[in-house]
Design a protein around this ligand. Structure first.
Ligand SMILES: Nc1ncnc2c1ncn2[C@@H]1O[C@H](COP(=O)(O)OP(=O)(O)OP(=O)(O)O)[C@@H](O)[C@H]1O
Length: 438
C-alpha cells in the first residue's frame, strides 16, 4: 500500500471516533485528523506548525520537556495504549482532555499513533461559574482519578478538609458515570438521629406509626439507578453503622412498617473530613463498614496544596458573586490572599471574596479591601480554631484533669522546692500537696 492510500485508510479509521482524533508520527507531526477534530479545531491549515505539542499546548518542544507526561512516548516505549489527562488549548479556551494514545505500524513497519481526545466536561480549566475549577497538577491528578473511577461502579471514599470540594467531586464522579442521567442524592449524615435514620433513608409505608397518613419515599429509593452520596459518613453513630453496612452488603432495604425488602440499585460515594482509620482504631467506626465504603479512596488536595489555582478560582468566584460588572483583584490583593492558611479551603475563599465585594468602592479590588475583609473575621475565626483545637484535645481523651497532671509533672521536674512550686502554680502549698496526692 502506498503512504497516500495508507493515510486515506487511516482517515477512515479516525472518522470512526466520535471524539476529535489525530494520527501522529514518531517526530510528533500530526499527519491526519478526523472530521470531529476538523469541526472543533478547524483542521491543520492556518497553523505555523503541525507538531502535536504546538497544536495542543502552544509549546515549542515536546510535552515531557515541559514537565508533562507525553502519551506518545509512553505508548512508544510500552508498545501499548497510554491514557493521560492534559489541559489543551481549544477555541473555547483551556480544556481538560482525557487522551488515549494507541500505537500502530504501517506496511513498512513505521510506527504511528492514534490520539483520541475526549473532552472532560465535569470540570473546567477556565473561570466558569458552578463548575469544579482548577488547572494545577494536584487538581489534574484528582480529575484523572475521578474520570477513571467514574467509569466503574466502585464504592468511593472522598477524604479531605472542610470546604475542599468533596461534594463537588462526588457530583463529578456521578456525571462521569453511566448513571449520569439518573438521580444524585445526598444524605447529610451529621444530623441523623436514631429516629430519623431509618425513615429518612428507607422511608415508611402508610400506617407504619401514628401520624403516618401517607407513605414516604426514602433517600435510598430516590437514588434508584443513580448515585447515593453519604456526606460526613464519619458522623453516623456507631450503633447505626450496622444498618448502613446491611444496606451496602445486601443492596436491599425495608421501609419502616413494610414487611417486604426492596432491592436498591445505587452507586455509593461517601465523604468525610475525619480520619476513619483512626476512628476504627479507637473503636468509633466499624472496621467492616470502613472496608466496604473505602474500596477506592480519593484524597482531595487542600487549597494551599494547589495554590496555583488561586487566580483562576478568584476569577470564577467573582463571576459568580457579581455577573453584571467584571470584577478583578490587583496583584497585591492576590499576593495577600495567597499567603492565607485557608483552613476552610474554597468555601473560606468564597466568603472572603463575598465580603470584599460588599466592601469595595471600585471594580478593581485592592489589597486594602482584602485586608479589611480578612480583618472582619479574626475574632470568630480565632475562636473557632481555638475551639477546634480544644475539641481535638477532648477527642484524644485529653481532659482538664490530664492537662493539670501534665502541668504538675512538668512543674515538679523543674522545681523541687514545693513552696516555690506552689507560688509558680498560683495556689497554696496545701492545694499543691492535695493535687500531687491525687
Ligand atoms: N474546585 C472547585 N472549584 C470551584 N468551586 C469549588 C471547588 N471546590 C470547592 N468549591 C466551592 O467551595 C464550596 C465548598 O465545596 P464543597 O461543599 O464541595 O466542599 P466539601 O469538602 O464537601 O465541604 P464540607 O466538608 O464542609 O461539606 C462550594 O461552594 C463549592 O462550590
Amino acid at each position: 500500500m502506498t503512504t497516500a492510500s495508507w493515510l486515506k485508510t487511516m482517515r477512515n479509521v479516525l472518522d470512526s471516533y466520535s471524539y476529535p482524533a489525530v494520527l501522529i508520527d514518531v517526530d510528533y507531526n500530526v499527519v491526519a485528523t478526523n472530521k470531529s477534530y476538523d469541526f472543533r479545531f478547524g483542521g491543520l491549515s492556518g497553523h505555523r506548525s503541525a507538531k502535536c505539542y504546538f497544536l495542543s499546548h502552544g509549546y515549542q518542544r515536546p510535552c515531557d520537556l515541559e514537565g508533562e507526561t507525553c502519551p506518545m512516548q509512553e505508548a512508544r516505549y510500552s508498545g501499548q495504549r497510554a491514557s493521560v489527562l492534559h489541559i489543551h488549548n481549544t477555541p473555547q479556551g483551556k480544556e481538560h482532555v482525557g487522551i488515549d494514545t494507541i500505537p500502530i505500524t504501517d506496511d513498512s513497519e513505521q510506527t504511528y499513533f492514534i490520539e483520541v481526545m475526549k473532552p472532560i466536561r465535569e470540570v473546567s480549566a477556565e473561570p466558569i461559574a458552578n463548575k469544579m475549577i482548577g488547572r494545577s497538577r494536584a487538581f489534574n491528578e484528582l480529575v484523572e482519578l475521578i474520570q477513571r473511577v467514574g467509569r466503574t461502579d466502585t464504592n468511593v471514599l472522598l477524604m479531605g478538609a472542610s470546604g475542599a470540594g468533596k461534594e463537588l467531586a462526588a457530583q463529578a464522579i456521578h456525571s462521569a458515570s453511566s448513571r449520569a442521567n439518573m438521580p444524585f442524592v445526598t444524605v447529610e449524615c451529621s444530623g441523623l438521629t436514631d429516629s430519623l435514620f431509618e425513615s429518612e433513608l428507607f422511608g415508611h409505608v402508610r400506617g407504619a406509626f401514628t401520624g403516618a397518613t401517607h407513605s414516604r419515599t426514602g433517600l435510598v429509593q430516590s437514588a434508584q439507578g443513580g448515585t447515593l452520596f453519604l456526606d460526613e459518613v464519619g458522623d453516623v453513630p456507631l450503633h447505626l453503622q450496622v444498618k448502613l453496612l446491611r444496606l451496602i452488603e445486601t443492596k436491599t432495604f425495608r421501609s419502616v412498617g413494610d414487611t417486604k425488602p426492596t432491592a436498591a440499585d445505587f452507586r455509593l460515594v461517601c465523604a468525610t473530613h475525619k480520619s476513619l482509620s483512626d476512628m476504627v482504631e479507637n473503636g468509633e467506626f466499624r472496621e467492616d463498614l470502613y472496608h466496604r465504603i473505602s474500596t477506592f479512596p480519593i484524597r482531595l488536595p487542600s487549597l494551599t496544596d494547589r495554590i496555583e489555582d488561586l487566580p483562576l478560582l478568584v476569577e470564577s468566584i467573582l463571576m459568580r458573586i457579581e455577573d453584571k460588572v467584571p470584577l478583578k483583584l490587583t496583584e497585591e490583593a492576590l499576593e495577600l490572599l495567597a499567603r492565607q492558611p485557608f483552613k476552610g479551603n474554597v468555601r473560606e475563599l468564597k466568603n472572603i471574596l463575598e465580603r470584599a465585594v460588599v466592601l469595595r468602592n471600585e471594580d478593581v479590588i485592592g489589597r486594602d479591601v482584602i485586608q479589611r475583609s480578612l480583618d472582619l473575621l479574626p475574632v470568630t475565626q480565632a475562636k473557632n480554631s481555638n475551639l477546634n483545637s480544644l475539641r481535638q484535645l477532648a477527642e484524644q481523651g485529653i481532659s482538664l484533669e490530664i492537662l493539670e497532671q501534665r502541668y504538675l509533672k512538668e512543674l515538679m521536674s523543674v522545681c523541687a522546692d514545693k513552696t516555690q512550686a506552689a507560688d509558680i502554680a498560683g495556689c497554696s502549698l496545701r492545694t499543691l500537696y492535695r493535687k500531687l496526692n491525687q
